[in-house]
Design a protein around this ligand. Structure first.
Ligand SMILES: [Ca+2]
Ligand SMILES: [Ca+2]
Ligand SMILES: [Ca+2]
Ligand SMILES: [Ca+2]
Length: 261
């Protein structure tokens, strides 16, 4: 009995005055928890989670996501992913930088092919350009040997032109400029640059609503605008042209190419 009484006493809050005790008793009668604030959790701040900062997630930083950095992106969870690609294992093979009439922020995409001969997973691969765009692929994206993965901007087929992307970068952290831009893919954990395409309007295909598709699939050929030609077949629901997720068409002379829409 003595031990029980002692233990209960040790758990009770201490007060510097009777007024302090009265105030805490009043507010916590409603909350019915064991701390000294007015909410229903067991910590001493005024939000509803169980950590001691003032945001609503359960980590100890001040943003609203659940990882421990200070940005508001999602956590990168590659625990269920297979091995990532090494240098030379994947190639950027097709890019739709300027969908039409699909809006860019939901209809842009690019495609990579796995040329490694085995299965690779894009989880953890870092996408950047030579400006400020940056995104780390945050969940498993497995690509079988020889197969393709499509990275899009929206999974909603009502607004993305009828695309079925394998991975979506929502928001505006990774955009494909209509004039000139760069796609730089870096292996997870600083494992080296996987591929890079730096396109501009002078030497790369540049037609609204039409993809640019690579003809010779390797990471060096795609550095040159002459290695790319315009997509030839309509996909999806908005009349955009390309072969997202499938082998590229052979190039055709411009006057034989199906017009978009
Ligand atoms: Ca664009
Ligand atoms: Ca960009
Ligand atoms: Ca390249
Ligand atoms: Ca393709």
């Amino acid at each position: 009995m003595f031990l029980l009484t002692f233990a209960l006493s040790a758990c009770l809050p201490t007060y510097t005055s009777d007024a302090d005790k009265a105030e805490d008793t009043a507010v916590d009668t409603a909350a019915a928890d064991t701390d000294t604030d007015t909410d229903t959790d067991t910590d001493s701040d005024t939000d509803t989670d169980t950590d001691t900062d003032t945001d609503t997630d359960t980590d100890t930083d001040t943003d609203t996501d659940t990882d421990t950095d200070t940005d508001t992106d999602v956590s990168v969870d590659c625990s269920a992913a297979g091995p990532g690609p090494g240098v030379g294992d994947i190639v950027i093979t097709e890019i739709l930088k300027n969908p039409d009439p699909t809006v860019d922020d939901s209809g842009e995409w690019f495609e990579v092919q796995n040329v490694s001969g085995g299965t690779v997973d894009l989880c953890g691969v870092v996408l950047t350009d030579l400006g400020t765009d940056s995104h780390t692929i945050a969940s498993p994206v497995s690509i079988a040997a020889g197969a393709y993965a499509v990275i899009g901007r929206s999974s909603d087929t009502a607004v993305n032109g009828g695309l079925s992307p394998d991975y979506v970068i929502s928001g505006t952290t990774y955009q494909l400029g209509n004039d000139e831009d760069e796609l730089v893919l870096t292996a997870s954990g600083g494992g080296g640059e996987l591929d890079r395409v730096v396109y501009e309007q002078a030497t790369f295909p540049d037609t609204k609503g039409r993809s640019m598709q690579l003809q010779v699939v390797d990471t060096t050929s795609n550095d040159l605008g002459a290695s790319w030609c315009e997509g030839t077949a309509i996909y999806g629901t908005d009349g955009n042209v390309g072969t997202p997720g499938a082998a590229n068409d052979a190039c055709r002379p411009p006057d034989e190419v199906e017009p978009p829409h």
